[in-house]
Design a protein. Structure first.
Length: 178
């Protein structure tokens, strides 16, 4: 039974991510769901590795859940904080999105399927993006936004380079270096 838990958590993360949109103006509901989304994101991988139930399906579900969450996150963040985003921040975000879309297209052409690699840089960018709204509650600091954008850019660029360099996809490749 435990082998299905990571996949169930990833599916739950997709559903809960979708609920964030109608709850974006309901702070207590949004915060509760947002925290559960973060917990399920961390727990699915830990449980899969700890109990040896990692699978291609699980990696795909995790990637889909990440994609759904971050797409919704960007939508909500721009809706709530567009006034904070200076032109250059917005341009950097658009560049990151373009790199991610190019990588999705390239993986589809090269591997016949869209893949997302769970690199250390992607995990770091995901961690920072997850906490960005919390940081913005306390300080709307442009430096924090730049750190997150630079990390997300590096992660997107590394993933594209991995796709270009390697003939076969490895969803759990830690870095282009190893």
């Amino acid at each position: 039974m435990i082998r299905y838990v990571p996949n169930i958590l990833s599916i739950l993360r997709i559903i809960l991510s979708l609920l964030l949109i109608p709850l974006m103006h309901v702070p207590s509901g949004f915060e509760a769901i947002y925290i559960v989304v973060g917990i399920t994101d961390v727990c699915d991988g830990i449980i899969a590795r700890r109990f040896g139930c990692e699978s291609d399906l699980g990696a795909k579900l995790d990637s889909i859940a990440d994609f759904v969450f971050y797409t919704i996150f960007i939508f909500i963040f721009l809706k709530l904080y567009l006034s904070i985003m200076e032109g250059v921040h917005l341009a950097a975000l658009i560049l990151i999105i373009i790199i991610r879309l190019i990588n999705m297209l390239f993986t589809k052409l090269k591997y016949k399927k869209i893949t997302f690699v769970h690199t250390i840089a992607n995990k770091a960018a995901g961690f920072m993006l997850f906490f960005l709204p919390i940081w913005f509650l306390y300080t709307q600091n442009g430096l924090i936004l730049w750190i997150v954008l630079i990390t997300a850019f590096a992660a997107a660029a590394e993933e594209l380079l991995i796709t270009i360099k390697f003939a076969e996809p490895d969803l759990n490749r830690r870095s282009i270096l190893f």
